[in-house]
Design a protein around this ligand. Structure first.
Ligand code: PGA
Length: 251
């Protein structure tokens, strides 16, 4: 059984052309294990430049969102086919900022996952509980509620081509990381949930942790048996720090 190891940088609405070229210069020349996949997710305007800037075979480009619709009168939106035409390989979907700031529901997220797969993109599906939900021991119920509409929309077999990012909302951008043990416990729950539907798919499903991951804590988090990489926000904007993460993680 081989599971992919993925280190993804979610730039959110940050960065510019000079960050892109500094990051590319650094990562193209860093000693990154050939067995890990690095994904750089800048804002839409930078996707095409990012594609030509990163020249290593194991660095791919991802978008941070896309429309669930194929085309038409959806001003300001970007379709899966458009991303595909720009050679984008991954797309982050259902990020907690999309859910809380833009009202994206579990069902809308599921529709986006379906549209992304139809275009041949690999969705990085984000799930995670709020602090109140964690405190009131609702974490597992919340994660199931976030996952089930996606399973209903695309079927379990589609999870051969999906990456999951578990991002506890209380850990995003706060500096409060889940401890490796706490993250592992939740990742193990997610894998068991999928194993009840299909053991083979569950065994291969890449489960990334996200939430204040940095160069210091990445090693212990990714050493956990059910943590297959990270989705990194703040620390992905610092060239030295992100390249340290990329070179620390082994596939
Ligand atoms: P953070 O963000 O690493 O800044 O906590 C992670 C994310 O939102 O994907």
């Amino acid at each position: 059984m081989t599971r992919q190891t993925i280190v993804a940088g979610n730039w959110k609405m940050n960065g510019n052309l000079s960050l892109l070229s500094e990051m590319a210069e650094c990562l193209n020349n860093s000693d990154i294990d050939e067995n890990i996949n690095v994904v750089i997710c800048p804002s839409f305007p930078y996707l095409l430049s990012a594609n030509s800037a990163f020249t290593r075979g194991n660095i791919a480009i991802g978008a941070q969102n896309m429309s669930e619709f194929a085309s038409g009168a959806h001003t300001g939106e970007v379709s899966a086919d458009m991303l595909n035409e720009m050679s984008v390989k991954y797309v982050i979907l259902g990020h907690s900022e999309r859910r809380s700031n833009y009202g994206e529901s579990n069902e809308q997220t599921a529709a986006k996952v379906k549209a992304s797969l139809a275009a041949g993109l690999i969705p990085i599906l984000c799930i995670g509980e709020s602090e109140d939900e964690r405190v009131s021991e609702q974490t597992e119920a919340v994660l199931k509620t976030q996952l089930q509409p996606v399973i209903d929309a695309v079927g379990i077999d589609a999870f051969n081509d999906i990456v999951i990012a578990y991002e506890p909302v209380w850990a995003i951008g706060t500096g409060k990381t889940a401890s490796p043990e706490m993250a592992q416990e939740t990742h193990a729950f997610i894998r068991r949930f999928f194993a009840e539907l299909n053991e083979g798919i569950a065994a291969k499903l890449p489960l990334l942790y996200g939430g204040s991951m940095n160069a210091k804590n990445c090693k212990d988090l990714i050493a956990q048996p059910d943590i297959d990489g990270g989705l990194i926000g703040g620390a992905s904007l610092k060239v030295g720090e992100f390249s340290t993460i990329c070179t620390t993680v082994k596939g």
